[in-house]
Design a protein around this ligand. Sequence first.
Ligand SMILES: Nc1ncnc2c1ncn2[C@@H]1O[C@H](COP(=O)(O)OP(=O)(O)OP(=O)(O)O)[C@@H](O)[C@H]1O
Ligand SMILES: [Mg+2]
Length: 271
Amino acid sequence: MSESRSAHIIAITNQKGGVGKTTTAINLGTALAALGRRVLVIDLDPQGNASTGLGIPLSGRDFTSYDLLFSDEPGPLRTCATVVPGLSVIPATPDLSSADVDMVSDTRRLHKMQRALAPDRTEADGQDFILIDCPPSLNLLTLNALVAANSVLVPLQCEFFALEGLSQLMRTVQSVRAGSNPGLKIQGIVLTMYDRRNNLSGQVAADVRDNLGTLVYDTVIPRNVRLSEAPSHAIPALIYDRSSSGSVAYQRLAGEMLARMAGTRQVAEAV
Ligand SMILES: Nc1ncnc2c1ncn2[C@@H]1O[C@H](COP(=O)(O)OP(=O)(O)OP(=O)(O)O)[C@@H](O)[C@H]1O
Ligand SMILES: [Mg+2]
């Protein structure tokens, strides 16, 4: 099979907690699926928020991201269907919190996800995109995602300390490039929880764009209550309220991402 058929793997990462990683994984995934792409979300956070938000109850999480990392089962990926056609998930359970310790003595510990997502497996599954929802830490789980990924998507919350921690994340990306994954790209930086009534949001957005230029998506995700309500109904916001400002923004983000990938808009590889 040609290389172009293998899935594009995107690690959604920011070691800061609560910046919108999971909300982005769920709703960008849904928006890409709505545009006809086959998408797999891998929940790599023991909190399991992406699994819950995509409607997979704890009792239904048979094959988890822990199993993905630790089982040597060959063959196609075992994924769980969601209510969204074209969108599947490999869910997480709290067991995943022991993964760091369980892999620490493994000499190939940084390559477990890369091995699990080898092209022959993802091609067999026919995915276009694999979105990995990372935990809020630069731990072994996140490093596994970065080693396996083609690119990194960084949600940045529009708040005063938005850029804090970003340089550490970029240094980590550089060291993964220097070591295991030289082709790792920055997919883009997406500003989240933008509040247009709050001057600070505007100032932070301008500051981030000054610093990071075209790496930052034009699309901004607004603060929108529908995005925070949807997970309690176990459905993506795009299904819960498709015309809400948050849902519209994620649809726009999916379009912008695909357009940039198609080369109609070049992203400067600045970092
Ligand atoms: N644009 C938004 N508008 C309003 N609420 C939002 C928005 N994005 C995320 N939220 C809410 O903010 C909280 C944190 O978001 P989310 O869980 O996506 O962040 P996270 O980076 O994945 O967090 P963690 O680091 O804990 O994994 C959640 O309650 C979510 O519903
Ligand atoms: Mg999360």
